[in-house]
Design a protein around this ligand. Structure first.
Ligand SMILES: [Zn+2]
Ligand SMILES: [Zn+2]
Length: 66
């Protein structure tokens, strides 16, 4: 943030839910609106990172555990 910028308060750390777009603060593990996991998980089959809300592993195509 540049010095002297006092316009808007800093947004809390976090990200929009990948499924419903609700802003979920950092550290929250599940979206309070739709319940989708907000943290990437590891595929049990190939250990690839599976993004939140993904239905299938991007590494091997197996259904992602929910
Ligand atoms: Zn959501
Ligand atoms: Zn996989």
């Amino acid at each position: 943030m540049p010095p002297g910028n006092y316009g808007a308060p800093p947004a809390p750390p976090g990200a929009a839910c990948a499924k419903c777009g609700t802003f979920v603060t950092a550290g929250t593990r599940f979206c309070p609106q739709c319940g989708v996991a907000q943290t990437a998980t590891k595929c049990a089959a190939c250990s690839a990172d599976v993004p939140p809300a993904a239905k299938f592993c991007p590494g091997c195509g197996k259904p992602a555990a929910s």
